[in-house]
Design a protein around this ligand. Structure first.
Ligand code: FAD
Length: 280
């Protein structure tokens, strides 16, 4: 078996907000099933989505015979709510989740009983032992609210020691940041798989908007080239395909244990990247 066939892939969706979005996502899911991913994950809270929308998608994917993980954020919540939610996950046949702190809507509101994702991971382990496979988030380019890069790696290590099984990174376009993060965390005793989160480049304006919001760096040479393409979407997509395929190749050659794609509920770009890498 070639190394390309052994790289596990996973895909992330957000719960669709309209009937049209839901119909489109059904077709996208069918296309991505053909790539035989290890699992799908479905976001929660981002853009105001509810846990109901997340659960609905996850259950529907499970019914289609693929593993699926809800994102589960603890901001503004209580231990009792977490307990209820874990019972609902178990009843729905869910055994994997992405455990996160989440963000306060526009910086307002209250944190609730949990300050950090590490406390959620700890609570899940206390409430349900080893039942769930817990993924956590991490940030090779440093989380925007971290006191320092070192404090951020340490916060990640704390999540791992609280019981996380594997991690998915925020997206990045600079593989050095990923390899450094993995090395530093490993030296501090965190040896779980760290799967790079991959953002396909589909639209220039969308990428700039998301990157500004989550503080992901777009290297100057990529930004300038995207700007120079203007409204020429075909060139943007072709350039994006080349850049992101190269990034995935570097990550894979450097030992990344898998690739997690932020699909933006679209299949064309990620399918093309997977085909380029012979991952299909
Ligand atoms: P934490 O790990 O708690 O970290 C948050 C901040 O606190 C960091 O700056 C960290 O350095 C600091 N910190 C942590 N522990 C300590 C400590 N003990 N002492 C001092 N500082 C500490 N958001 C959504 O709303 N919905 C989603 O579905 C979603 N999915 C995501 C999926 C992935 C793979 C990733 C990487 C992010 C996702 N996010 C999502 C965004 C995420 O919710 C935000 O980035 C959020 O601000 C941090 O969440 P976290 O779980 O990484 O938090």
């Amino acid at each position: 078996m070639s190394s390309s066939q052994t790289t596990p892939i996973s895909f992330e969706f957000f719960p669709p907000k309209t009937a049209e979005g839901a119909t489109k996502l059904l077709a996208v899911r069918q296309e991505l099933y053909a790539l035989n991913p290890q699992f799908f994950s479905v976001t929660y809270g981002a853009g105001g989505s509810t846990q109901d929308g997340t659960l609905q998608q996850v259950q529907s994917i499970l019914q289609d015979g693929f593993d699926a993980a809800p994102h589960f954020s603890c901001i503004g919540t209580t231990r009792d709510t977490v307990r209820e939610q874990l019972a609902a996950f178990k009843a729905a046949g869910i055994s994997r989740m992405v455990a996160l702190r989440g963000d306060l809507p526009s910086g307002h509101g209250t944190f609730g009983e949990f300050r950090y994702a590490s406390e959620l991971v700890e609570c899940i382990r206390q409430e349900s032992g080893e039942y769930f496979h817990i993924e956590v988030g991490c940030y090779p380019e440093v989380h925007p609210q971290a006191k320092s890069p070192q404090a951020d790696v340490q916060a990640y290590v704390t999540k791992v020691k609280a019981g996380a099984n594997s991690a998915i990174t925020q997206y990045f376009f600079n593989s050095d940041a990923y390899f450094r993060f993995v090395d530093e965390a490993y030296k501090l005793g965190a040896d779980i798989p760290v799967v790079p989160g991959i953002m396909p480049i589909i639209s220039s304006s969308q990428l700039m908007r998301f990157s500004d919001a989550c503080c992901a760096e777009i290297p100057r040479w990529i930004r300038l080239r995207l700007q120079a393409f203007g409204d020429d979407t075909a060139s943007i997509k072709a350039f994006g395909l080349e850049v992101v395929s190269d990034l995935c190749e570097q990550l894979r050659n450097g030992g990344a244990p898998g690739l997690h794609f932020y699909t933006m509920n679209q299949s064309t770009a990620v399918t093309a990247i997977c085909r380029n890498l012979s991952l299909a």
